[in-house]
Design a protein around this ligand. Structure first.
Ligand code: NAP
Length: 482
């Protein structure tokens, strides 16, 4: 069930939000603390679906500034008018028991909002919330890291075992998975933002995105869970690609974002529940110690960007390397060519290794010379310094540094004069047309965008996740639209 929060701030805004959100909501939460002078009768008669009356006090993270007596009066009025649910805070005192004892048509949600940074125990929170005898228990807490979603999952699993209706939400961007996966873990409902206006709680997603992109209300306990782990993930487009690909492959699976700082905590908790995941900066190297098996090429490159669970064992591979070279070779085969790889990080290792495997003579240059020298020695490549570049014969240039990536879109790793007559590939895909590629085009060089590499590596990931061929045209259309 998707509950859309109606937050005003005016009655007109609230009525507009109800209208715009109706298609995506199974129930509405009327945030009577956020709507100025709320007319409860008008709101209830306009809702045309069951409603929850919530009047969150400031001491529990809400906006209600009046006295406790006034607050309770508002909730009682809503109950008298016939609202289906009232939400009352566990910490509101004896009045909670009063609501539970006197409930007739209106059912009671008892809620606990753990404020930022406060330590709490799931067992204690669960025990306290379930001791009241409410119809639904609701826990919300702020998550700083995606690993903390495990608390919500465990809370829901406990409630499911006891056949209790429960909601558990990890607030904030890191807690997004708890909002999407509630049904997988037996939750009663999730809360969503209205289609218009702002959000009621950090990390809230709109009902339309929950329903259309993530199919959140159709997930089942057996739905397979995939995602991307990295930090930061704001720019990540993986959810937009892999969720539609699952739907196209008729696979009961969902793909979420997991912004992870503490990899160890994540892999020991949420990671154990995943069927597969993409790995991005900064975890491509560190993830390797959590895997049961690693593809020999990924091992040599020293980076894994894709993990799948097979027979409960985690298997890691690297789709960046073939992804980049397939993109380059769609324009210019590399066999016998002199390929300059710029950079000495993870992407550079992948591109240099694969280019050499495909018969190129690979040269390596990097801002920090020492790293380029070490990599050249390790893979048997030719090291060049930045100063030597002008006098070096090069056919293909592959930028594998992050130079030119948003927000530094006016930067390029190489001078324009060096690009003439070359084929120029940029691993950076945000923006799709980097300064390096613009310069290359302006001197008549052939160019290849990082979006081609991104598409190739994502298509290979999709094959590993779904077992079916990925439709690259379909993927490209999506990528162009997001
Ligand atoms: P990484 O391991 O952190 O390596 C970063 C590289 O960039 C290093 O060689 C670093 O040089 C160099 N660098 C950073 N800032 C620089 C600057 N201001 N001037 C000169 N060099 C600089 O990162 P990575 O994982 O290899 O990723 C590199 C880029 O590839 C990123 O933009 C990433 O988004 C992109 N990428 C794209 C795809 C795709 O599908 N298109 C896939 C993977 C990666 P030092 O050694 O001197 O620090």
């Amino acid at each position: 069930m998707i509950i859309v929060s109606i937050i005003g701030p005016t009655m007109n805004d609230a009525l507009g939000q109800m209208k715009a959100s109706r298609r995506y909501a199974d129930m509405l939460e009327l945030r009577l603390d956020m709507i100025a002078d709320p007319n409860i009768s008008t709101l209830l008669s306009s809702a045309k679906m069951p409603c929850i009356a919530t009047c969150r006090p400031e001491w529990e993270g809400g906006s209600f500034k009046g006295s406790e007596a006034q607050r309770i009066e508002i909730l009682e009025a809503a109950s008298l008018i016939g609202v289906e649910y009232v939400d009352i805070e566990l910490n509101a005192g004896d009045v909670v028991q009063e609501f539970v004892r006197r409930r007739k048509e209106t059912r009671v949600i008892v809620s606990l909002h753990v404020i930022e940074g406060a330590l709490f125990s799931i067992d204690k929170a669960y025990k306290a919330l379930t001791s009241v005898g409410a119809d639904v228990v609701k826990l919300a807490y702020e998550a700083e890291d995606a690993g903390e979603n495990i608390l919500a999952f465990e809370f829901l699993e406990k409630a499911k075992q006891q056949r209790l209706k429960a909601v558990a939400i990890a607030m904030g961007e890191a807690g997004e998975a708890s909002r999407l996966l509630y049904k997988k873990f037996g939750g009663w409902a999730t809360y969503a933002a209205a289609e218009t206006g702002s959000i009621a709680a950090l990390g809230q997603i709109s009902g339309s995105v929950l329903k259309k992109l993530y199919r959140a209300d159709s997930l089942k306990p057996q739905t397979r869970v995939f995602g991307v782990i990295g930090n930061p993930l704001k720019q990540s487009k993986g959810t937009h690609l892999h969720n539609p690909l699952f739907q196209k492959a008729k696979m009961d699976a969902v793909y979420c974002k997991f912004p992870v700082a503490d990899l160890d905590a994540f892999m020991n908790g949420v990671g154990t529940r995943l069927d597969g995941f993409s790995v991005t900066i900064p975890h491509k190297q560190n993830i390797m110690k959590y895997l049961d098996e690693i593809d020999p090429v990924a091992k040599t490159i020293g980076a894994v960007n894709t993990v799948v669970r097979r027979k409960n064992k985690l298997y890691g591979t690297n789709t960046d390397a073939p992804g980049a070279l397939d993109a380059i070779e769609a324009v210019q085969p590399v066999k016998g060519k002199r390929v300059l790889v710029v950079g000495a990080g993870g992407a550079a290792r992948a591109i240099a290794y694969e280019a050499k495997q495909r018969g190129a003579h690979v040269l390596i240059v990097n801002r920090t010379d020492k790293k380029a020298q070490v990599l050249a020695k390790e893979f048997g490549l030719e090291y060049v310094s930045l100063k030597q570049l002008e006098r070096t014969e090069i056919d293909i240039i592959a930028n594998a540094t992050s130079v030119g990536m948003v927000p530094d879109v006016n930067e390029s790793p190489l001078p324009k004069a060096l690009l003439k007559g070359k084929v120029v590939f940029d691993a950076v895909y945000n923006p799709p047309l980097t300064k390096l590629l613009q310069d290359a085009k302006s001197v008549g060089a052939k160019t290849i965008s990082g979006t081609e590499m991104y598409l190739n590596q994502a298509a290979m990931q999709s094959v590993l996740y779904t077992g079916k061929k990925a439709d690259k045209k379909f993927m490209k259309r999506i990528l162009m639209a997001v």
